[in-house]
Write a protein that binds this ligand. Structure first.
Ligand code: NAD
Length: 495
């Protein structure tokens, strides 16, 4: 394993791209300049230029020209595949640099970025690229005088708006299937974490992607994201972020051109432990990941740990022992499990939730405050509440920080009722040693992803997305994601 000093040396030499990437090159934007700040020390990493609304229209125009003249969608699937494979290889060649860049920009632990996020980004391109010449279209059973073909075609220009919690991963999970399907893409990353997305665009160009096919615009959600939502011609818009913004984009799609819209939004996931579970150590280990992975800045963060009353005391003891072993601090240090929260105002919001939890009667078992203030960074220790009830704010709202709460239930029916008592439905985790209970309860949980006896979001081959107000219309990953970036066309030929 590399050391903190090794990564610090890489950090010193990093160069950051600071302008939007449009039509194959970095072009200074005419909008207000903005800083990207390192969440672990509060220092400015670099100042970037942002776009104007007119420039978003120019980016869309470049993307449309690329679509219309078929420089990308007109390539044979095997040729597009080759270029996407080149990009995957380049991502791995730049693995250390990208991992360090992401850590500096997002406060995420270096080990997560190096071991998971960057390789998974490469694998996502490989998966989607590998799928494009395997999908088959259809000839349906028409009458003898006609031939009916059902074919898929790319949507056209697809806008993508991504959040700050997995900056590279979220850009890739959208760009890979949209590009593989033959679309042109205009992507807006969060202004808090633009760097790895800009580098991705540059690497795509190096990999052989024609100019205008993959563009990155920069700027605030209120201006640039809003312009994408209102764009009268983009055929698709894929978004990951908060439920409030997602619902606004849905309205804008309806008010403009009925663009195809795919929304991945918030969550409030339950982690249920049934009384038959013998290996509570394993359950507790997974509960740590479920609650604190990525500092809890995770849409599937399991911030409601529901334990059957008969095993609650034993589980709590094991869980707290494991929480005490967690280390929080400099995210460039591979020994740390948790890094810094994305920005000061977000840390303050999480701290306010902790105060609200206390006021509403939940008991703090550990954590509960800011730490490492002297660093200038946004660090909160892992926090566990006990006595969580469904009427409490911290049991209903998405906290998006390292805060979880323990609650009890007495029957399977009650567990299902509590788990489903939320406006969200992204993910649920269930622990049981009984096969029938596992199947029965998995079907009753109203969530797009249910993981049993582990905490997981599945893999690249499984669709990821939410029920209720966690998602709308779309799924990430798998061939389902690839298909959603295509229209279906019936061609009916008289013979
Ligand atoms: P956010 O909604 O504030 O921002 C997400 C993106 O939308 C950013 O690029 C932002 O600039 C843009 N945006 C903001 N306001 C906009 C507007 N008015 N019009 C258009 N675009 C706008 O969310 P965030 O704080 O960046 O991310 C956290 C949220 O993302 C959480 O709710 C989390 O659950 C969710 N999330 C969901 C998933 C998932 O797959 N379901 C994954 C990661 C994060």
């Amino acid at each position: 394993m590399n050391t903190k000093e090794y990564y610090q040396e890489i950090a010193k030499k990093l160069e950051f791209d600071t302008d939007p990437f449009i039509n194959g090159k970095f072009v200074k934007g005419g909008g207000p300049a903005f800083d990207s700040i390192n969440p672990a020390n509060g220092k400015v990493i670099a100042t970037l230029s942002s776009n104007t609304v007119e420039e978003v229209y120019e980016a869309e125009k470049a993307a449309r020209e690329a679509f219309d003249d078929k420089r990308w969608r007109g390539l044979a699937p095997a040729e597009r595949k080759e270029i996407l494979f080149n990009l995957a290889d380049l991502l791995m060649e730049h693995r250390e640099e990208l991992a360090v860049m992401e850590t500096l920009d997002a406060g995420k632990p270096i080990t997560d970025n190096y071991e998971d996020d960057v390789p998974e980004a490469a694998d996502t391109f490989r998966f989607q690229a590998e799928a494009i010449d395997k999908l088959e279209d259809a000839v349906t059973a028409g009458d003898p005088d006609h031939l009916s073909l059902v074919v898929r075609e790319p949507l056209g220009v697809v806008g993508a708006i991504t959040p700050w919690n997995f900056p590279l991963g979220e850009a890739v999970i959208k760009a890979a299937p949209a590009l593989a399907a033959g679309n042109s893409v205009v992507l807006k990353p969060s202004s808090l974490t633009p760097f790895t997305t800009l580098r991705l665009a540059k690497l795509a160009s190096e990999a052989g992607m024609p100019d205008g096919v993959f563009n990155v615009v920069l700027g605030s959600g209120d201006t640039i994201g809003d312009a994408m939502g209102k764009h009268p011609e983009m055929e698709g818009l894929t978004f990951t972020g908060s439920t409030d913004v997602g619902k606004k984009l849905l309205i804008q799609a309806g008010e403009t051109n009925a663009k195809r819209i795919f929304l991945e939004m918030g969550g409030k996931s339950p982690f249920i432990i049934m009384p038959d579970v013998k290996d509570l150590d394993h359950a507790a280990e997974e509960a740590i990941g479920a609650a604190y992975w990525n500092m809890g800045e995770n849409c599937t963060a399991n911030s409601r740990i529901m334990v059957h009353k008969d095993i609650k005391d034993k589980f709590t003891e094991v869980f707290l022992e494991k929480v005490a072993e967690m280390t929080t601090g400099d995210p460039l240090d591979p020994d740390n499990d948790m890094g810094a929260l994305i920005e000061k105002s977000h840390m303050e919001k999480v701290l306010r939730y902790i105060e609200t939890g206390k006021k509403e009667g939940a008991e703090i078992l550990c954590g509960g405050g800011q730490i490492l203030k002297e660093t200038g960074g946004n660090f909160i220790e892992p926090t566990v509440f006990d006595g969580l009830t469904q009427d409490m704010t911290i049991a209903r709202d998405e906290i998006f920080g390292p805060v979880t709460g323990l609650m009890t239930f007495e029957s399977e029916e009650e567990a299902i009722k509590i788990a489903n008592d939320t406006r969200y439905g992204l993910q649920a985790t269930l622990f049981t040693d009984d096969l029938s209970t596992a199947h029965r309860m998995s079907r009753e949980l109203r969530a797009g992803n249910v993981s049993v006896n582990c905490y997981s979001e599945g893999d690249l081959g499984t669709p990821f997305g939410g029920y209720k107000q966690s998602g709308f219309f779309g799924r990430e990953n798998s061939v389902w994601a690839l298909r959603q970036y295509m229209e279906l066309k019936t061609i009916w030929i008289e013979l």
